[in-house]
Design a binder for this molecule. Structure first.
Ligand SMILES: Nc1ncnc2c1ncn2[C@@H]1O[C@H](COP(=O)(O)OP(=O)(O)OP(=O)(O)O)[C@@H](O)[C@H]1O
Length: 741
């Protein structure tokens, strides 16, 4: 039965699967695309058209396929295309950066100087070699001249004519030869005569000139006498030449990645295209590639090792990158001449001279191409994570050095491993501690508590300034001008905690440390407080998610797995191909830096060893003395004098908040009362949950030998509960020994 005659047609057209979509309808049988027409039953005047006719018309339309593709777009005019075109820079990038230009000029000058000195030193050897080789050169000149005068090049023809007994031909050739010998002999004789006369005249003019001519003659003959395989000049610099990158090599390597989209495109034809020529870019080759439709740069980045194998280059030479302002399939492949880990580290720009200003970017490292990478520390926080011995402390040290060279910055440094890696900063740090012992951890906690409180003070100061004079503080943030005003106390504070996992995983401190760090990381930037946390164990226990999620800057050196990677670099980084797991054991100091620019960057932090760091700190110390900003630890004030011996005592305060009718009391009740008694000291404790409050109190009273016990009591709602608490008698006993003076 034909479709026209199908009595169920009208009904079947109303089924959901035949609903018109976007103005078209698809014939399920033939896959044809049909126009959308109002259904007969929904026409404005259905009764005027007989049903039979309606069905016929509609079926007619069904048979007529209509193209759903939009009409071919009008070709844009030259003006439209050109106006949209991407403007290529007049000068290459290195010529636009003052620093890079200066580096290159310096390098060329050094290269020229070195090459000249190298050859100048060897010039006596070169003179001896030329002298030895000059007789051979003379012989070569004589032989060549003789061959030329006596027409040696015509000899094969003459020999051939003799062999073929072609008498006429031979006679003609012999005639040519005689004529040539006559002319060339005369020319050679005259040249020799003129040269001899010239030499005689010049040599008799001055003895020095005679020697010079002799030296030139010997030199020239020596050069002519030099065998092709034994060049006179050795190489002043040896360069290892990396193979050239060609489109063929790139396509072959991409096809070896096992990505089906690429394989299909390559099999069909030119599925991979190159929007720009492959060029030299810094110490390597740069290829811009348009991947086949549907293949993303991430697909390639996550197979970097395979790509390196396909290119037959070491892994540390192969750096695929996305182009953020282009489509997701635009790949920039930079292939270095040398493995990044083997390249000579660039010197830190502030190593020898100069001051830093934390309100501008400070030099942190170099990217794969050796270009400097800076980080804006002000108004940011940073998390550094890595496996042990991969360069975490070294990279942290670069930042601390920069902060030390800004004399207005207060340094708060805690290195909780106890190796003294930051020991050189003692002479400039306001607060400093090194160790994994309880005392150092308590010191680090005191710092966090102080900074947390400082947030409050600064926020009030900033609000007041903003109210009084909006222009001074337009964005409710510390400005360079405000930070220099000592009376306001809004100078930048740079706090760094190396091996922060010691605090965040400590049984007694973890809850409070997490809360304080989270508060500082969230609110600190606007108040001029920068917190940098470094850990060799980036997991949820060592780096609480609330802390890592709020860090603006992240630097992840080699890590073992996806969890650690995402913990430091941010959720989904691994999925997006930002994988610090691909770094090898040799890639020390190399990591992904996120937050410094729009795209993640691969950066090798500047390498500054201990003695070099000491010298820089020495300079920082002199600088700070000049500004009178040597304070706290560096000025000889011990922590015991300032922070550790407060004007109050925890046991005395606890004794004060327990009533005589409370022989046993829950710790959380005490903490709430303490917060009411001294909000500036204990206020942050009250924000903890019940269990954390108990931990907090337990660790605070532990040094007095007071242990906590389980206390049976009633909640405010009247329910009974068994919670941690203390005995009043224990507290009173300890409080008797407190000397409040
Ligand atoms: N930017 C760099 N360039 C070259 N080598 C570096 C760089 N940074 C660090 N290294 C090398 O890596 C070694 C380990 O560095 P570092 O002490 O910073 O590691 P770490 O991650 O802090 O180790 P741990 O976790 O044990 O504290 C250093 O001794 C140094 O030689």
């Amino acid at each position: 039965m034909s479709r026209d005659d199908d009595p169920n047609l009208e009904e079947s057209m109303n089924t959901p699967e035949n609903e018109p979509v976007n103005g078209t309808n698809t014939d399920n049988v033939n896959g044809r695309v049909l126009p959308f027409t109002p259904r007969p039953d929904s026409a404005s005047k259905p009764d005027e058209i007989p049903a039979q006719e309606r069905r016929g018309e509609y079926a007619d339309q069904l048979r007529r396929p209509v193209s759903v593709d939009p009409p071919a777009p009008r070709k844009p005019s030259w003006w439209e295309t050109t106006r949209e075109a991407k403007i290529r820079p007049l000068l290459p990038e290195w010529a636009r950066s003052g620093q890079e230009l200066a580096d290159r000029v310096k390098w060329v000058a050094l290269y020229a100087g070195h090459t000249t000195a190298y050859h100048a030193l060897r010039s006596p050897t070169y003179a001896g070699i030329l002298l030895v080789r000059s007789p051979r050169g003379l012989w070569r000149v004589v032989v060549a001249t003789h061959r030329w005068i006596y027409d040696a090049e015509g000899k094969p023809l003459r020999v051939a004519a003799v062999s073929a007994t072609e008498y006429d031909k031979y006679l003609k050739l012999a005639e040519v030869r005689s004529e040539r010998i006559r002319k060339r002999g005369l020319l050679a004789f005259l040249t020799l005569l003129v040269a001899a006369a010239g030499v005689y005249l010049l040599a008799s003019y001055s003895e020095a000139l005679a020697w010079l001519l002799a030296a030139l003659g010997v030199g020239a003959l020596g050069k002519i006498g030099t065998p092709a395989d034994k060049p006179l000049l050795g190489r002043a610099v040896v360069t290892s030449k990396a193979p050239k990158l060609t489109s063929e090599v790139v396509v072959r390597a991409l096809a070896a990645l096992g990505i089906s989209g690429i394989n299909q495109a390559v099999a069909k034809g030119p599925g991979i295209t190159f929007p720009a020529p492959i060029t030299r870019d810094g110490p390597g080759w740069r290829a811009e590639v348009d991947l086949p439709h549907g293949v993303t740069v991430t697909d390639v980045m996550e197979r970097r090792d395979k790509l390196a194998s396909g290119l037959r280059r070491p892994l540390g030479c192969v750096w695929p990158e996305p182009v953020s302002d282009e489509h997701a399939g635009r790949l920039v492949l930079w292939v270095a001449d040398q493995d990044m880990s083997k390249a000579k580290p660039a010197p830190w720009p502030l190593a020898k001279r100069g001051e830093a200003d934390l309100f501008t970017a400070v030099p942190f490292g170099t990217d794969q191409r050796g270009r400097p990478v800076g980080v804006d520390l002000m108004f940011a926080n940073m998390v550094i994570g890595a496996m042990p011995r991969m360069g975490k402390t070294f990279s942290l040290r670069v930042l601390v050095l920069a902060a030390a060279l800004d004399p207005w910055v207060e340094l708060v440094l805690w290195e909780l491993k106890g190796t003294g890696d930051l020991g050189m900063f003692e002479k400039v740090a306001h607060e400093y501690g090194s160790g994994a012992d309880d005392e150092t951890l308590e010191g680090a906690m005191n710092s966090l508590r102080r900074l947390y409180k400082e947030l409050e003070r600064r926020s009030k100061t900033i609000t007041r300034i903003a109210k009084e004079n909006r222009a001074l503080c337009p964005e409710n943030k510390v400005t360079p001008q405000l930070s220099r005003n000592r009376k306001l106390g809004l100078h930048p504070i740079f706090a760094a905690i190396d091996e922060c996992q010691e605090l965040f995983s400590h049984e007694d401190y973890k809850d409070e440390a997490k809360k304080l760090a989270e508060g500082i990381i969230k609110r600190g930037p606007a108040m001029g407080i920068i917190l940098i946390l470094a850990t060799q164990r980036p997991d949820a226990q060592s780096l609480p998610p609330g802390v890592s999620a709020n860090a603006g800057l992240r630097f992840c050196l080699r890590v073992m797995g996806q969890v650690e990677n995402d913990m430091v670099l941010g959720t989904s980084s691994y999925k997006n191909g930002i994988r610090a797991t691909t770094f090898g054991a040799k890639d020390k100091g190399i990591g992904y830096l996120v937050g410094a620019t729009d795209d993640p960057q691969i950066v090798r932090s500047y390498y500054i060893d201990g003695p070099a760091a000491e010298k820089i700190v020495e300079r920082a110390h002199v600088l700070r003395e000049g500004h009178d900003t040597i304070t706290g630890h560096a000025a000889g004030e011990s922590i015991a004098d300032s922070a550790a011996r407060p004007a109050y005592s925890i046991v005395a305060d606890v004794a004060a908040v327990i009533r005589a009718d409370e022989p046993k009391i829950w710790s959380e009740t005490i903490v709430d009362r303490l917060a009411a008694l001294r909000p500036d000291v204990y206020g942050s404790w009250a924000e903890l949950d019940g269990r954390a409050k108990a931990n907090q109190l337990a660790s605070a009273i532990k040094p007095w030998g007071i242990a906590t016990i389980q206390v049976y009591g009633r909640t405010d709602e009247g329910k009974t509960a068994n919670r941690r608490g203390v005995e009043r008698s224990d507290i009173l006993n300890a409080a008797r020994f407190v000397n409040r003076d």
